[in-house]
Design a protein around this ligand. Structure first.
Ligand SMILES: Cc1ncc(COP(=O)(O)O)c(C=O)c1O
Length: 472
C-alpha cells in the first residue's frame, strides 16, 4: 500500500474494505465463540454505531472543551456503579486499560519499601502481567484449586508480603468462567491492609443479570468488604462497540491515584484519567447508546437467553462421548477438555464447519481445552453448535492427535529467535503447515501442539517473533 496520488471515491474505498474483510471471522451470528459479543438484535448495534459516529471526532483530551464527554461518562460510569456496589469510576478503552489504572492506583496509593508486588491467581487475565511489566510491579502467582479452578484463599494469604500493594480476584476468570472466592480473598487482603481488585471485565455486566435470571452468583462487587476496585468491560457483555470499559474505585482518593497530570512542559496542561491522552469519544458514545437502546429490560432478557444457552451447552457437551466441562462455571463461559480426543484438532474440525471454537493451551496443571463464550445470540444456534462439537469431536477421534514432526519441539525450544531472520521463521512455520502470508482458515492443531509443549516463556518468545513476521 502506498498513499494514492489522488484522493479516491468513498464507494471504491468501501468496496475495498469489504474485500479486505473477506477472510475475517463473522462478528455477528454466534458462530464465533470468542472476541465478539452479539445481542442478536441488529437495531441495538445500529444505534451504537450511529452514536459512535456522532461522537467520533470529539476528543476526550479536554473535558472543558467538550462537556458532552463529561456528561456521557458520568451517566455510563454512574450506571455501572449503581449495578456494582457504588464507587467512583473512569471510562477506559478496555479491560487492559482498566486493570492498568487499578494497578497504578494501588502502586501509588501504598508506597512500599521494596519493589511493589501483587498476588495474582494463575487464571487471572494477562493484563495483570502487562500492567506489572509496564509499571514495574512484580507478580506473585497464586495457584487455583485443580478441580474447581477457583483461586486458593490460603495461597493468596501466603503470597501477601510486606511489599504487596494489590491482591487480585476474578469474577469470573476467563479460562474456565468460574468466580474466585471474592469475599474471602478481599477479607484476607484487608486483614493485611492490602487493596483488592476484582477483575469483573467479563462478569461485571453479566453476572448481575444472570443472577436475576436465576443463576447462583456469589457476591463479587464493590459492596463486598475489602474490595477496593473493580473493572467491568462494556465491550464484552455490555454489548458496546470495542473500546469501552469502566474501572471503579471504592474510594475517590484511590481514583485520584489513577489519574495523571503534567505541567512539566511549555505546552497545554495535561490532565488524563486514562493511559491514552487524545482519543475519540466514539466508544463512549457507542456505550452510552447501547445502554439506552437496551435498558434494564433488554439486558435482563439477554441474561435469561444467555443463561439458558450456557446451561444447555454444558449439559450437551457433558453428553458428548469423550468430552468434559471443566469446573462448575457460574457465568456464560464454558471450557471443555478431553482425555480421548485432541482438542486442537477438534477446534480445526469445527473451523472447517464454519465455527470458531477457541483453543486454550495447558497451563499450571490445567489441561488444554476449548473455550466458548456464550452470548445473547447463542441460544438460537445452540443445538447447531452442539452438533458441530459432536461431529468435530468424532472427526478428531478418527484423525488422532496432531502429529508433530520429530524433534520439532526441541528445535523450537532451543532456537535463538532473535538471530533467526524473517524468512527462516517463515520456513519454520511452513514446516508445521502455516503459511504466514496466507489467509482463510489455517489448520492450527500442529502449531497449538508445539506451543503447548513449550514452557510459557518460550511460547511468549515464539508469539512475539510471529507477530513481527506477519507485520514485516
Ligand atoms: C477476565 C478478563 N480480564 C481482562 C480482559 C482484558 O480485556 P481487553 O481485551 O478488553 O483489554 C479480558 C479479556 O478477555 C478478560 O477476559
Amino acid at each position: 500500500m502506498s498513499l494514492p496520488e489522488k484522493g479516491r471515491d468513498i464507494e471504491e474505498l468501501l468496496a475495498e474494505i469489504s474485500r479486505l474483510k473477506q477472510d475475517d471471522l463473522p462478528v455477528r451470528g454466534g458462530k464465533v465463540t470468542a472476541y465478539v459479543y452479539d445481542t442478536g438484535r441488529p437495531e441495538v448495534h445500529e444505534a451504537a454505531a450511529r452514536a459512535y459516529f456522532e461522537m467520533l471526532e470529539v476528543n476526550t483530551l479536554d473535558p472543558t472543551a467538550f462537556p458532552s464527554v463529561v456528561e456521557m461518562e458520568k451517566q455510563v460510569v454512574g450506571a455501572v456503579a449503581e449495578l456494582l456496589g457504588g464507587g467512583s469510576g473512569i471510562f477506559t478503552s478496555g479491560g487492559t486499560e482498566s486493570i492498568m489504572l487499578a494497578v497504578k492506583a494501588a502502586r501509588d496509593a501504598r508506597p512500599v519499601g521494596g519493589r511493589p508486588r501483587m498476588a495474582v491467581p494463575v487464571t487471572a487475565h494477562p493484563a495483570f502481567h502487562k500492567a506489572a511489566h509496564y509499571l514495574g510491579v512484580a507478580v506473585d502467582a497464586v495457584p487455583v484449586d485443580p478441580v474447581t479452578f477457583r483461586a486458593s484463599v490460603a495461597a493468596v494469604e501466603e503470597a501477601i508480603t510486606e511489599d504487596t500493594v494489590l491482591v487480585v480476584a476474578s469474577a469470573p476468570s476467563y479460562p474456565q468462567g468460574v468466580v474466585d472466592p471474592v469475599a474471602e480473598i478481599a477479607a484476607a487482603a484487608s486483614a493485611r491492609g492490602v487493596l483488592c481488585h476484582v477483575d469483573a471485565c467479563v462478569g461485571g455486566w453479566l453476572l448481575p443479570w444472570l443472577r436475576e435470571a436465576g443463576a447462583r452468583v456469589p457476591p463479587f462487587d464493590l459492596s463486598v468488604p475489602g474490595v477496593t476496585s473493580l473493572s467491568c468491560d462494556l465491550h464484552k457483555f455490555g454489548y458496546s462497540p470495542k473500546g469501552a470499559s469502566v474501572v471503579l474505585f471504592a474510594d475517590p482518593a484511590l481514583r485520584r491515584k489513577a489519574y495523571f497530570a503534567s505541567a512539566s512542559w511549555p505546552g497545554y496542561t495535561v490532565i488524563n484519567a486514562t493511559v491514552q491522552s487524545s482519543k475519540s469519544a466514539g466508544p463512549l458514545g457507542g456505550a452510552w447508546a447501547t445502554f439506552q437502546a437496551l435498558g434494564r429490560e433488554g439486558y435482563l432478557e439477554l441474561g435469561r437467553a444467555t443463561l439458558a444457552a450456557a446451561r444447555r451447552l454444558r449439559e450437551g457437551v457433558a453428553g458428548i462421548p469423550g468430552l468434559r466441562v471443566l469446573g462448575d462455571p457460574e457465568s456464560a463461559l464454558v471450557a471443555f477438555g478431553s482425555d480421548e480426543v485432541d482438542v486442537f484438532v477438534l477446534s480445526d474440525e469445527a473451523r472447517k464447519r464454519g465455527w470458531f471454537l477457541q483453543p486454550q493451551l495447558s497451563y499450571a496443571g490445567i489441561p488444554a481445552n476449548i473455550h466458548i463464550t456464550v452470548t445473547g445470540v447463542t441460544l438460537r444456534g445452540v443445538e447447531a453448535m452442539l452438533e458441530v462439537i459432536a461431529e468435530s469431536a468424532e472427526a478428531a477421534r478418527e484423525r488422532g492427535p496432531a502429529a508433530l514432526p520429530e524433534g520439532l519441539v526441541d528445535l523450537v525450544a532451543g532456537l535463538d529467535l532473535d538471530a533467526l531472520d524473517d524468512a527462516a521463521f517463515g520456513e519454520l512455520a511452513a514446516a508445521v503447515g502455516v503459511d504466514l502470508g496466507g489467509s482463510g482458515q489455517p489448520e492450527m492443531a500442529v502449531v497449538n501442539a508445539v506451543l503447548d509443549a513449550l514452557p510459557a516463556d518460550r511460547r511468549e518468545a515464539v508469539l512475539i517473533r510471529f507477530l513481527s513476521v506477519i507485520y514485516a
